[in-house]
Write a protein that binds this ligand. Structure first.
Ligand code: DNO
Length: 396
């Protein structure tokens, strides 16, 4: 038995088509209704329309990634009650349409954060980079975030200033849009002023408060998800440490344990994203799968290479700091365990996360982290490694 092999597809605006996903060997599709604004209900008709489009190509809508959680829910302010009701309704509608897994995150303001979407590797391919000096330059001198200066030493500030001075106008603009707009489907496209205004809403919110708000969210939505037959899968923080002074609460094994303890239910699970969690050297990925595996509802496989300053870039899927062999083996063991226990949720939906822009895609417009060839290479490598492990250990 293999993990369900999925492909993230960004919908009709994705330069890679559904037949491309099929040719790459995926059977499941991971997608979202990206055109629906955050906070608005995903109506059944819209879900079904997308579902039929996917099924017409002989594929299956495996996971909804993501229905973004409105900022008002994260800060428990403004219209949060209405947004919660809308979220619950979207879960019910997903379940009614037969989509059984929902990936979401609780990262404040910005989702996954990088400083460079065009980091050139020695082989000429392009990767995503998080450079702490670039982030410091952004928040100290471009955003001018109050309080940021207290977080850096004089030497770090100087380094950030030198970094910024060496950038052209175009590179400076690219840094801002990379940090602020982030990845597609994230729904954040603020001006610097708007970003500061929204960051200010977190001034009085500690990580303890944010955890309480997440717990409140879970107590509200998990029973609805149970009833609707939808398994929730919280995505870890990316990167797994605070950025721009914001609290981050899904970065470590302990964080995940706390989340799972809020309501012990198969509907309250995690997206095990090795690329996000693997940035921290103190996250023992293999051990985490062994200990928390029963609540892994979705898997993102990707690797990063970090340095001691907290910088990292996205390496090849089978290279970098993540021991992909150990990770896949542990996930397949969890799958076998579920089969033995008679659990129905043994399909273990997995997608290769991110990939390099390479070969022909270097000359095309692609979505950062999601070029067709990069996605294909990631999936192909993971499939091969998985098959080898399955045959070796008799996981069939
Ligand atoms: C980036 C993605 C994230 C992820 C969301 C899940 O490429 O891995 O944007 O989809 O955080 O909610």
């Amino acid at each position: 038995m293999s993990m369900e092999q999925c492909w993230r597809w960004f919908g009709p605006n994705d330069p890679a088509s559904l037949p491309d996903a099929k040719q790459a060997g995926a059977t499941g599709i991971v997608t979202a209704l990206h055109h629906i604004p955050t906070g608005t209900v995903w109506e059944k008709a819209e879900i079904l329309k997308r579902k039929q489009e996917i099924e017409k190509q002989g594929l299956y809508w495996s996971v909804a990634e993501s229905i973004p959680v409105h900022e008002n829910i994260k800060t428990r302010s403004g219209q949060y009650q209405q947004y919660l009701e809308n979220y619950k309704q979207s879960i019910r509608n997903l379940g009614a349409c037969g989509i059984g897994t929902l990936c979401y995150n609780f990262m404040p303001v910005l989702d996954a954060t990088r400083t460079d979407f065009n980091f050139r590797l020695p082989d000429g391919s392009v990767a995503l980079l998080f450079d702490s000096t670039a982030l410091a330059a952004f928040e100290l001198y471009l955003l001018k975030r109050p309080g940021a200066e207290l977080q850096y030493s004089p030497a770090q500030k100087q380094e950030a200033k030198d970094f910024l001075n060496a950038l052209s106008q175009k590179e400076t603009e690219a840094l801002t849009s990379t940090v602020v707009a982030g990845f597609p489907g994230v729904g954040a496209d603020y001006t610097l002023d708007q970003l500061q205004t929204i960051l200010d809403t977190y001034r009085e919110i500690s990580s303890k408060d944010l955890k309480a708000n997440l717990a409140h969210f879970l107590r509200e939505v998990v029973p609805v998800a149970e009833e609707a037959g939808v398994q929730l899968a919280i995505h870890p923080d990316d990167p797994p440490f605070p950025v721009l002074g914001l609290p981050r609460i899904v970065s470590t094994e302990e964080d995940i344990r706390e989340i799972l303890a809020v309501t012990d239910s198969p509907a309250n699970g995690v997206t095990f994203c090795t690329g996000s969690l693997g940035v921290r050297a103190d996250n023992d990925l293999e051990g985490m799968i062994k200990r928390l595996g029963h609540r892994i509802n979705f898997v993102h496989l990707r690797s990063t290479l970090r340095d001691e300053k907290g910088n990292f870039y996205e390496s090849d899927h089978l290279a970098g700091d993540v021991d992909m062999y150990a990770v896949i083996k542990a996930i397949l063991e969890e799958q076998q365990k579920r089969i033995r226990e008679g659990r129905k949720d043994f399909r273990m939906p997995m997608r290769p996360d991110h990939g390099h822009q390479m070969l022909d895609d270097l000359h095309k417009k692609t979505i950062p982290g999601y070029s067709a060839i990069g996605r294909l290479r990631g999936l192909a490598e993971i499939r091969g490694l998985e098959l080898g492990i399955r045959r070796t250990f008799g996981f069939d």
